[in-house]
Design a binder for this molecule. Structure first.
Ligand SMILES: [Zn+2]
Length: 276
């Protein structure tokens, strides 16, 4: 479909909607959070009429051969999710990846010298891992400051197992939505190579990683699935925190047998590492 405005291209429209939804959830105070989407060939062709002369190539510290020649939509560094819908050209952009898979250049948006999110190398490494892990199906990487999941990182041991069990037991839908569980990254300096590497190791197994005292990092094949995953995890974390806040002892929960019954009924395989 030929459109007169790039914001009417489905991939851009969905990107902007996710930013607005995340803002409305209260997960993107100030310039918190970031989002990237690996475009399809059709997405690129639909957006190409709006591309301008590309800005210079910028080399990254990371490299991913399976992302050579890809295009990504990305939020901008220091930009606010709440402003995306108002001024998309300023706050988001499209970058092209070079043939070596180690550099990007801006071909649309991020005007007035703006740059892709400072977490772009982290997203890039995780796109590489998720693309490989899902046979190319994964396209979205989303990071948000989901309040209750952050709160949990102060009181739940920072292990994949402890977090997965706490979340699975706090909302019945959870084992169906993320049967592999969630990964947990200990507190690390954001934006750097170390957190990118630690997260991408986990993302070989998990669709989602919890960043201690920081937020949530999720992936998905499309905007709805990725956002839905973050929303489901955060909802479960909300229940967990509310239960803890009552100060009452937990009288009953979803047992291991219950979890296995859910898995059987819904045809999913639960990660056995999460059981004793
Ligand atoms: Zn963050």
């Amino acid at each position: 479909m030929v459109v007169s405005d790039i914001t009417k291209v489905q991939a851009i429209e969905g990107f902007m909607r996710l930013c607005a939804d995340g803002w409305e959830q209260g997960w993107h105070e100030r310039n918190g959070g970031n989002l990237t989407y690996r475009m399809t060939k059709d997405d690129v062709e639909a957006c190409r009429p709006f591309f301008y002369n590309p800005r210079p190539w910028v080399k990254m510290e990371v490299k991913a051969e399976n992302l050579a020649g890809e295009y990504f939509i990305t939020t901008g560094s220091g930009k606010y999710f709440r402003n995306v819908a108002l001024h998309p050209h300023h706050n988001i952009g499209i970058v092209e990846i070079n043939e070596e898979g180690d550099s990007w250049r801006i071909v649309w948006g991020l005007i007035n010298g703006a740059q892709p999110t400072s977490e772009f190398p982290t997203h890039f490494m995780n796109h590489s891992v998720r693309k490989a892990a899902t046979d190319g199906a994964n396209r979205v990487i989303y990071h948000c400051h989901a309040t209750n999941i952050i709160a949990m990182t102060y009181v739940v041991p920072l292990t994949n197992k402890a977090f997965t069990k706490a979340l699975w037991q706090s909302a019945t839908e959870c084992p169906v939505v993320f049967p592999e569980g969630v990964g947990v990254v200990p507190w690390m300096v954001p934006g750097g190579h170390d957190i990118a590497l630690a997260t991408s190791e986990l993302m070989k197994t998990f669709q989602a990683a919890v960043w201690a005292q920081h937020g949530l990092f999720v992936s998905g094949p499309d905007y709805d699935t990725a956002f839905g995953l973050a929303h489901t995890i955060e909802k479960s974390a909300d229940v967990y925190c509310k239960v803890m806040a009552t100060g009452h002892p937990v009288l009953q929960t979803i047992t291991d047998d219950n979890l296995k019954a859910i898995a059987k009924e819904f045809g999913v395989t639960l990660n056995q590492d999460m059981f004793d």
